[in-house]
Design a protein around this ligand. Structure first.
Ligand SMILES: Nc1ncnc2c1ncn2[C@@H]1O[C@H](COP(=O)(O)OP(=O)(O)OP(=O)(O)O)[C@@H](O)[C@H]1O
Length: 393
């Protein structure tokens, strides 16, 4: 549910945001505490970056954001990898009257649903009965709205969580991306071309906890300013999800490698190009604390991405190559690019298509690719990384 649609008057009683971080709860207590701390720091940085005044308190099972603007803070918090949901909540003493009051105020302050349910959770408080809260709360909401109870598929769920003597009462929930907090896994070098696929792949790596170092390879005359601009815009967008990690775009000049391929290689040209940019990424991995490379390739999406050709590409490097979109369909990838806001610049037609030969190889073997590839091509590609520069956002 989008909470922006639900507040109908100025009497919203929410005074904080409750944040759930699902998967962290499956970790050992030491790892969980460490990852939760990281999520707390990430949330604080994200809220500050988006100009939301807030302090973030860490408890064992939840993060609690203290803020004068819970509605906006919940939307921002739900952008952070690791967050399962964020709810603007009214904080009350853990007694039945206070909870009932909060539910009635919330029910009046939000647009009336046709159907509703009250869900309660009591943690570590012997006197608290979730069944009583749900029954009494359901009656109270029913009395102040015309809505009817639907426990299976309600239009709105009112949530009550009671722990440590406090009750958190909510009428709205903003879904987060899940996953793990950025910075809880090793960084990866993300090859980004600015098309639809590679930004989504880089985002998926971030969503699972890896900071990414976006790497764009210039195509010389085959690329141009638009090509580079969309890669830069992509890196900015990715950085907006984790402003406290280094997500600056790295650029390597690849124009001379492209020229050589266009002049010297025919059907296997695109494969050699993939091998060359992968080799560049591998050099960046070796020179940083990154643990591997992430690309936007998916099986069979292009001739250079058949299962056979991906194996030939990988043979150019000896660092791990991760492909989070391997089995995803293009439509689903584009939908996700829209959702995370990396699609805006991805539709500009750019030069890689011009490099493609008329009859690209789909089932090449490593032997045929290597035979057609200039002997020093990969060494040339690696050397180009000496001229890498970092774009300061
Ligand atoms: N100029 C480039 N700079 C950096 N990485 C690149 C570049 N071109 C391609 N890549 C990487 O190689 C992968 C495969 O490239 P391809 O041109 O086939 O694009 P794609 O699968 O359509 O991805 P995208 O939609 O991101 O362009 C990309 O997903 C990206 O990770």
């Amino acid at each position: 549910m989008d909470e922006r649609d639900t507040v109908t008057d100025g009497n919203d009683p929410a005074d904080a945001v409750l944040v759930s971080f699902g998967e962290l709860s499956t970790k050992s207590s030491e790892v969980r505490a460490k990852m939760t701390r990281r999520l707390r720091d990430n949330l604080a940085a994200l809220l500050a970056d988006r100009d939301v005044k807030a302090t973030v308190e860490q408890t064992w099972a939840r993060l609690v954001v203290d803020t004068p603007d819970p509605g906006r803070a919940a939307r921002v918090a739900a952008d952070a990898p690791g967050v399962v949901w964020a709810r603007p909540v009214a904080t009350r003493p853990a007694d039945a009257d206070a909870i009932g009051d909060a539910l009635a105020t919330l029910a009046r302050a939000t647009s009336p649903p046709d159907t509703y349910a009250v869900r309660a959770r009591c943690v570590g408080d012997g006197d608290c009965s979730s069944r009583d809260i749900e029954r009494d709360g359901g009656r109270i909401v029913g009395a102040v709205t015309d809505a009817t109870v639907d426990l299976d598929d309600p239009d709105r769920t009112y949530h009550v969580e009671v722990r440590n003597g406090r009750a958190h009462v909510a009428a709205r929930s903003v879904a987060g991306p899940g996953g793990l907090p950025v910075g809880t896994q090793a960084p990866l070098v993300a090859l980004v071309s600015g098309g639809h696929d590679s930004p989504v792949a880089a985002y998926e790596a971030m969503r699972r906890g890896s900071p990414v170092y976006p790497l764009y390879v210039r195509l010389g005359d085959y690329g141009g300013p638009d090509h580079e601009a969309r890669a830069t815009a992509t890196a900015d967008r990715l950085a907006s999800y984790a402003p406290n990690v280094d997500c600056r775009l790295r650029i390597v000049p690849g124009g001379s490698v492209v020229e050589r391929l266009a002049a010297e290689v025919a059907d296997t040209r695109m494969l050699s190009w993939r091998r060359a940019i992968l080799r560049m990424a591998a050099v960046v991995v070796e020179r940083t604390d990154a643990a591997g490379v992430v690309t936007g390739e998916a099986i069979g999406q292009k001739s250079s991405q058949t299962a056979a050709n991906l194996a030939v590409t990988d043979a150019a490097v000896d660092v791990p190559v991760h492909r989070p979109l391997l089995t995803r369909d293009k439509e689903a990838i584009i939908e996700q690019a829209r959702a995370i806001g990396t699609d805006e610049h991805s539709s500009i037609p750019v030069g890689c298509e011009r490099l493609a030969p008329d009859t690209p190889a789909t089932g090449a073997t490593l032997d045929t690719v290597e035979a057609a590839e200039p002997d020093d091509l990969l060494a040339d590609a690696a050397a180009a990384v000496d001229d890498l520069w970092i774009v300061d956002g």
